[in-house]
Design a protein around this ligand. Structure first.
Ligand code: ATP
Ligand code: MG
Length: 340
């Protein structure tokens, strides 16, 4: 509001610590974006509770962890507003009003929601028969997140595109009924491909058990790398192999780019054993993560600084959301007690 920078909203569900996939997929980009935009990062605990309602402790404990991961990676609280969703009740209030503008059928057709329901069979049943009202409605709550801060831009991966589209529809509907009030956000599509898991899975993910966390120790990383999936045809140290189908090769490509050609040709020619290759990779990952780990350690030792950043960020964000809420109420003619 106080400057002419465009507003960006991104966020994460606090369901655990952040991993290398998050780093390349979003965190690195946010560090760059904070110089050019007015950036808000929302720690979406209300959204995390939609499918973790029976484990609020996990959500609670992850809020600070996620915040420390941000700060460790270079998110600067002077430039970026880090805030906690549940402490901004205007978002919940907006969600209620927006929920009248979306049909249940439209939510059920949302491709991201559909995929997630099918992935959460334990919680929602084989055919999604146990899906909750809250989970089905989380795209509406996300529309409230985005619009409450007046965001112009939402950086996200392709998987999130239907959610931003849903927000745009809600905004258009709101504006057409109540008058031009809300900003219609645009998606800024992430160009980074999904980071794969060391186990060969097409995605590194918390719940897939294949994540390398930003907060992992050197030993933990070495252990994870030593268990990585390699070219199965290679049995002996001097067998020739194909680094293109090896997860260690894939990670050398990310963390050891300057030496990649040499690693790949030695592997192809049978001049590189997997054990040494993995040790070299673990060393490279550890070198890469060292500054992040050190910075994180500082915040782990100063939890009061993390609290202060979260409290101040949330206060600032709440003020922005209050401003939107007052405009929304005015547009809807439900600003009863504000009327002169
Ligand atoms: P879960 O397994 O619980 O779904 P996750 O590891 O997939 O957890 P999320 O919190 O779902 O983590 O991820 C949020 C966002 O982080 C994704 O929408 C995506 O933009 C990014 N992200 C997560 N994993 C990766 C990955 N492996 N590569 C690139 N980006 C990723
Ligand atoms: Mg996920």
């Amino acid at each position: 509001m106080e400057n002419n920078k465009k507003i960006i909203l991104t966020g994460d569900r606090p369901t655990g610590k952040m991993h290398i996939g998050h780093y390349f997929g979003s965190l690195q980009n946010r560090v760059k974006l904070q110089d050019e935009y007015e950036q808000y990062i929302l720690i979406a605990d209300v959204q995390a509770l939609t499918d973790n309602f029976n484990n609020p402790e996990k959500v609670r404990n992850s809020i600070k962890q996620v915040c420390m991961d941000y700060l460790a990676c270079g998110i600067d609280s002077e430039k970026t507003t880090i805030c906690v969703q549940s402490m901004i009740p205007e978002i919940a209030e907006l969600t209620v009003f927006y929920s009248n503008l979306v049909t249940v059928a439209r939510l059920e057709r949302n491709p991201t929601v559909k995929t997630e329901i099918s992935q959460k069979k334990e919680l929602f049943g084989n055919n999604g028969e146990s899906i909750t009202y809250g989970f089905l409605g989380y795209p509406v709550s996300q529309a409230a997140d985005i619009t409450s801060f007046g965001a112009h831009i939402v950086p996200a991966g392709e998987d999130q595109e239907p959610l931003v589209e849903q927000t745009r529809e809600i905004v258009r509907k709101f504006n057409s009924i109540y008058g031009d009030t809300l900003i219609e956000p645009e998606i800024m599509l992430s160009k980074t491909p999904r980071i794969k898991g060391l186990d060969g899975n097409a995605k590194m993910g918390k719940s897939l058990g294949n994540a390398i966390y930003l907060s992992d120790s050197e030993d933990e990383i070495l252990k994870k790398v030593m268990a990585a999936v390699t070219d199965k045809t290679k049995i002996k140290k001097d067998d020739k192999a194909n680094p293109e189908i090896c997860m260690v090769g894939y990670y050398h490509n990310l963390f050891n780019l300057e030496n990649k050609e040499c690693v790949f040709s030695e592997c192809r020619e049978g001049r590189r054993g997997c054990v040494n290759c993995k040790k070299e990779l673990a060393k490279k990952i550890n070198e890469y993560l060292l500054p992040i780990r050190n910075k994180r350690k500082y915040y782990e030792e100063h939890p009061e600084i993390v609290d202060k950043i979260l409290i101040e960020g949330t206060l600032k964000a709440r003020n922005r959301a209050k401003y939107t809420m007052s405009k929304v109420k005015k547009a809807m003619h439900i600003d009863y007690f504000d009327e002169k």
